[in-house]
Design a protein. Structure first.
Lengths: 91, 453
């Protein structure tokens, strides 16, 4: 259900690859050239991670069933404070 | 005295007979008993012992620790508590008493609904609907959270508040449902199905606020429980409060004690996710910087290395080595030579060098001798020439011309014959007289001469 709409990596994919890169760098296995290209890839991945974390739109919606049975989405507004008082003070 | 020997049983034999009778009897297996708890004690091993009593009798009970973890047994057993327990009768041989091995404890007063739920739970559990291996992990980074609950009330508000605090740009999609009353089960089932049809929902919370067992009853209905179990994405139940358990909790991938807790379980803290990335990048930077520094250090070490600063040292060592090898070569002869090809090569080169030197020396010597010889020959020639000149002087002195110069003359006939004897001429003959300078033509007038004996 969370299948990405394009081939861009998800936050988790980018993060996991970044983690792998850092482990490889820290292992000292890579020579300078490889280290530098790994580091460069790491910078790109960290940017992807941050993009993913910022791309959602803070939307709150609700599903509404139309008369014809079709399901639509509408913005959902949380009720005013007095409802809360009603809930918390039931007597 | 009877003729027949009476059969005498031991105490344990009696007990075992009773045990067999009781434990094999279907009448005492999986029974429900209503009563009041009395005299609860907990053993060191974690088992509970108590007595169930009513106005007319008592029934010793034991609740073994392994059943204690079950959701329906999470209620704290207290003296005076009216309960319905389920279990089977057994006999404790050493104590010589029968007791009820309790598996479930339900507070009294729940009545029929509770027992129906209990029956449904056994059935669905047998079907594998609650199996542990069916539980899925929650997505670590959900983008859109589906919520099935009442659009009014504290639940959705708590979820939104907590979710937004943790992840300000989180997306939430509410599928409204009635969560109480006779319409609730159908409403919840439909709301779930509507949400399942949305392709961008990563995880779902289904829940409602706390309430009595009857108020939570929709979440013990078979349709609802099955709908929850069939969720295409991980689903978290958040029904009631900490102590409320429903079958929905068993069917969900995870149970949260409250709706707020469900939001906390599901929604990651965005600042933590950012921080995790930052921490990784910091580690990468530190590592790269250290690697570069190490390389720089070793470069400096190499640059300041003695040999690089003073490469002659390097060659001097080799020259000495070469000399030593050459010396060895001459010492040990060809037998040793075959042992070490590199040594041989080196020695060969050295040998070629030495031979080249010899040739050069010889050539120089030849050149030198050649030069000397040329010089000598030249001298000889010069000497010869000098000597020749001396003799020429002497020859010159003997020359008749010199005699003529002293006043002598040469007399010749006209044929060129030198006249040296008087008999060679006759009177009147023409002769030529050669002087030191010039010639005279003369006529013989008189001949004087004596015949030599």
């Amino acid at each position: 259900m969370s299948a990405p709409k394009n081939n861009k990596p998800t936050y988790e994919e980018a993060y996991n690859r970044l983690e792998e890169i850092v482990r490889k760098l820290e292992s000292g296995e890579a020579g300078l050239d490889e280290s530098l290209s790994l580091f460069e890839e790491g910078i790109k991945l960290s940017r992807i991670c941050n993009e993913r974390l910022n791309e959602a739109e803070a939307r709150i919606e609700k599903l509404v069933r139309q008369a014809d049975g079709e399901i639509m989405r509408e913005p959902f507004v949380i009720e005013a404070e007095e409802d809360e008082c009603d809930d918390e003070l039931p007597f | 005295m009877s003729l027949i020997e009476p059969k005498i049983l031991s105490v344990i034999e009696v007990t075992k007979l009773i045990k067999q009778e009781i434990e094999l009897s279907p009448w005492f297996k999986d029974i429900l008993v209503r009563g009041e708890i009395s005299g609860v004690t907990k053993s060191g091993a974690g088992h509970y012992y108590f007595t169930l009593k009513d106005e007319k009798s008592v029934l010793p009970c034991v609740l073994f620790r392994r059943f204690r973890g079950r959701e329906s047994v999470s209620v704290e057993l207290k003296h005076g508590m009216k309960v319905i327990v389920s279990g089977s009768l057994s006999v404790y041989e050493q104590g010589g008493k029968y007791q009820l091995k309790v598996e479930e404890v339900f507070p009294e007063g729940l009545g029929r609904l509770h027992l129906l739920a209990e029956e449904l739970k056994q059935r669905l559990r047998a079907e594998g609907l609650f199996a542990e291996e069916k539980k899925r992990p929650l997505p670590p980074h959900p983008r859109k959270i589906g919520v099935v609950t009442s659009p009014t009330g504290a639940v959705i508000r708590d979820i939104v508040t907590v979710a937004r605090r943790r992840y300000p740009n989180i997306e939430i999609l509410l599928s409204p449902a009635l969560v109480q009353g006779s319409q609730a089960p159908a409403s919840i089932t439909r709301a779930l199905a509507d949400l399942y049809a949305q392709s961008d929902v990563d995880v779902i919370i289904v829940g409602r606020g706390g309430g009595s067992f009857e108020e939570l009853n929709a979440f013990n209905q078979e349709d609802v429980v099955r709908a929850i179990a069939s969720s295409p994405v991980p689903i978290v139940s958040a029904v009631g409060h900490e102590t409320d358990f429903t079958l929905a909790d068993l069917a969900a991938d995870q149970r949260a004690p409250t709706p707020s807790a469900a939001a906390e379980l599901i929604v990651p803290r965005r600042d933590e996710l950012c921080q995790r990335v930052d921490i990784l990048m910091e580690r990468a930077e530190v590592t790269i910087a250290r690697q570069m520094q190490n390389l720089r250090d070793s470069l400096t070490r190499i640059r300041t290395h003695t040999y690089l600063c003073n490469p002659r040292l390097l060659i001097e060592g080799k020259i000495q080595q070469c000399d030593e090898l050459t010396a060895k070569l001459w010492q040990h002869g060809p037998a040793k030579l075959t042992k070490s090809r590199p040594e041989l090569n080196l020695s060969q080169r050295r040998l070629a060098l030495a031979v080249g030197g010899l040739v050069r020396t010889a050539r120089q010597e030849i050149q030198h001798k050649n030069d000397t010889m040329t010089l000598n020959i030249t001298r000889m020639i010069e000497r010869a020439r000098a000597a020749g000149e001396n003799q020429a002087g002497r020859l010159n002195a003997l020359s008749p011309l010199k005699t003529l110069a002293r006043g002598y003359s040469v007399c010749q006939d006209y044929t060129g014959k030198v006249i040296t004897i008087f008999s060679q001429v006759e009177p009147g003959q023409d002769l030529r007289v050669r002087l030191a300078r010039g010639e005279l033509g003369v006529k013989v007038i008189e001949i004087k001469g004596e015949e030599k004996p």
